[in-house]
Design a protein. Structure first.
Lengths: 186, 186
């Protein structure tokens, strides 16, 4: 299975509200309404920004429920591809996990917090994110069982995006982490 | 609360059987019957044997149930004291946790596997261990709310041990990990 996804930047809260109202009007189904708080760590003796790896602790909150995940992301494979090895375990206690990581020499370097709404409509998955410090984004995803259909999927996604009033000039290729780090540096 | 514990080396399976029969005869209550498989890891850029730290992944098996724990142990505090900072989280998948650790540069350096029976009788906790490659051990523990009573607790433990036929010459102060590493080196 291949995931094809395109992310678009929204102008402001009002535009995000309009996208949300449109999704509800066309009876897109709300799958998820969560808050994700991600902490990214530096390695004690390896420069992750050079090796293109990442270590993340995610707190996923659904109402009063909280789940904690530890994720390692390997380097991106190929130049264009967004493919990378990912390994995730669920952990029962965030504070103790942070204590273990810091004792081992890992240091928190970035925090990405977002409210995330996930909708589904036909074969599209539409994710509406409000990211602290960065603003509002929509990600549209289609899953295909053949890589040959990827171009076709992108065209479908762009068509769907245009019904939301989003043109190609609004495409955002960077990850939220990259955007936050660039913002911190500049 | 202070834990006072003394570990004794048993000669062989027969002696372990006799200890077990004695515990059952005096109606000691069996609390746990588990298999613990511990993997210890080296740090990617720190010599744990010099810093007196440890990172351990434990698989705890009760019948067909398996629980996985990640534990960091800080350096022992003081010269005599067995006190050290310990932080443990439960994790939902052993293989993925090992993949994450190895991706980050941690390497497995020792494996300690034991069958553990835990009994309780009055204020004593008696642990009977069969450790792969090391043999049979009994650990006797008493918990006290005052450090001043530690000497008294040790005397009680030695008395209890003598009823099991174990004198002070059978005391073993090393951890199983230390014993295994010394055995590997020699």
């Amino acid at each position: 299975m291949f995931e094809v996804e395109v992310k678009f930047r929204l102008r402001d809260r009002e535009e995000a509200e309009r996208v949300r109202e449109y999704l509800e009007r066309i009876d897109a189904k709300l799958l998820e309404d969560v808050v994700e708080e991600d902490l990214y760590f530096s390695h004690p003796c390896r420069d992750f920004s050079k090796t293109d790896e990442a270590l993340r602790v995610r707190a996923l909150r659904r109402g009063t429920l909280e789940e904690i995940f530890l994720t390692y992301k390997g380097p991106r494979l190929g130049s264009e591809a967004k493919t990378r090895r990912e390994a995730t375990v669920q952990v029962d206690n965030r504070d103790v996990l942070l204590e273990i990581l810091e004792s081992l020499g890992f240091r928190p370097v970035a925090r990405v917090r977002k409210r995330r709404l996930v909708y589904t409509k036909e074969n599209y998955t539409i994710t509406l994110d409000e990211v602290d410090g960065l603003g509002y984004f929509v990600e549209i995803e289609v899953v295909t069982d053949s890589e040959d259909l990827a171009d076709r999927c992108v065209r479908d996604i762009l068509n769907f995006a245009s019904t939301l009033g989003l043109g190609e000039d609004r495409i955002e290729r960077r990850t939220y982490l990259e955007m936050l780090l660039e913002k911190t540096i500049s």
